[in-house]
Design a protein around this ligand. Structure first.
Ligand code: UT7
Length: 351
């Protein structure tokens, strides 16, 4: 079976920055608390006219440009999100239209919360491996700013908006697999720990539930913290073990950016040095499905990744769902880009 590799990567973050100082003027919190407890300094907030599909399309255009592909070269559009444009249709269908893809390729959304992008990589890898698709676009996007209660300091300081995308293509038969050691898990018995109670079929977003603010994120933070440390450390080691690698073979861990203290604890528990954990939570906060591809793109654009770099990707979130894989990086380092135009993103300005 031919394994997939990443042949293009891109990201997009909205222009508006909301820093801790500004937030502490509207809710009872402080820059010191947020930094110390989470590592977050600021987050991006989508403009009123930006929906998830807009962020996703911008990130996807950048990934296509790196891959040197045209929109109609894509055989499948996958959008990992829990904050899509609408309940119907899938945000992936809207992204397909906005990208100008007219080849009638498949397009669907994938809801595994913060683990969604890793689930998408696993699925894209399988589709390419089976020969069903040649080029798969896997996007992670969230506009969580519309789903947090801005009066609840226990959640509103954590989340931000953004998008990241990769194009997957078939790897050379003789080369080591690009994506490998994929592990995907969920423990539904913990599904109450991180939830948006209303807005679905169980509790439609009626006037009553809006008043109760039930269509906003709620989280049992400490419980999620504990399970995150335990399962992420174990998921990293499972992916490494599956490839008969050791922790010293790992060049970078690109983990879901939920809390810097979680990353520190995962490093300690897994035995992978903390310096090898790529971190950008300070500038984006927790962007759920978008977090890993946003970090991956930033690592790529900063020149931190080289062909042959061995990355461990891992994420955990609502569900409680989690996953991990090993990604052997194969893209050459990027050529230096001219000055960014909108000052908003780790990537070059939108094509
Ligand atoms: O992306 C999906 C996965 N998500 C995660 O992995 C998140 C996991 N959880 C966490 O990252 C952490 O649990 C939080 C960052 C959410 C919270 O940090 P914590 O260290 O667990 O704080 P805590 O909930 O134990 O709260 C400690 C204190 C409380 O006050 P008292 O009861 O000790 O007086 C809170 O009321 O901090 C208070 N607090 C705040 N104070 C200032 C909670 N939020 C804030 C705030 N500013 N924003």
């Amino acid at each position: 079976m031919v394994a997939a590799q990443v042949i293009g990567v891109g990201s997009y973050a909205p222009e508006r920055r909301l820093d801790n100082a500004e937030l502490s003027r509207t809710v009872e919190t402080s820059d010191a608390w947020i930094r110390e407890r989470t590592g977050i300094g600021e987050r991006r907030i989508a403009a009123p006219d930006e929906a998830a599909s807009d962020l996703a399309t911008a990130a996807a255009k950048r990934a296509l440009a790196v891959a040197g592909l045209q929109p109609n070269d894509i055989d499948m559009v996958m959008v990992a999100t829990v904050t899509g444009d609408r309940p119907l249709p899938a945000t992936a269908a809207i992204v397909q239209r906005k990208l100008g893809i007219t080849n009638r390729c498949g397009a669907f959304d994938l809801a595994a919360a913060c683990a969604g992008f890793v689930y998408g990589l696993g699925l894209g890898n399988a589709l390419i491996g089976q020969g069903q698709c040649r080029h798969v676009l896997v996007i992670g996007v969230e506009v969580l700013s519309r789903f947090v209660n801005w009066e609840d300091r226990t959640t509103c300081v954590l989340f931000g908006d953004g998008a990241g995308a990769v194009v997957l293509g078939p790897g050379a038969a003789e080369a080591p697999a690009g994506i490998d050691g994929v592990h995907l898990h969920c423990q539904g018995s913990m599904s109450h720990l991180l939830t948006i109670p209303a807005g679905g079929s169980e509790k439609p977003a009626s006037g009553a539930s809006l008043a109760e603010r039930e269509h906003y994120v709620r989280m049992e933070g400490q419980d999620v913290f504990r399970v995150a440390v335990k399962e992420l450390a174990s998921a990293c080691l499972s992916a490494i073990d599956a490839l008969q690698m050791t922790t010293s073979d790992v060049d970078w861990v690109v983990a879901h950016q939920a809390n810097e203290r979680i990353l520190e604890a995962v490093a300690q528990r897994s035995g992978i040095p903390f310096e090898r954990f790529f971190r950008n939570i300070a500038r984006y906060g927790n962007t759920s499905s978008a977090s890993i591809p946003l970090a991956l793109d930033e690592a790529y654009r900063s020149g931190s990744l080289e062909p042959g770099s061995k990355l461990v990707l891992c994420a955990l979130g609502a569900g409680i769902a989690w996953g991990s894989c090993v990604l052997r990086w194969q893209l050459p380092k990027p050529t230096p880009q001219p000055t960014r135009q909108r000052g908003e993103s780790p990537s070059e300005s939108v094509a």
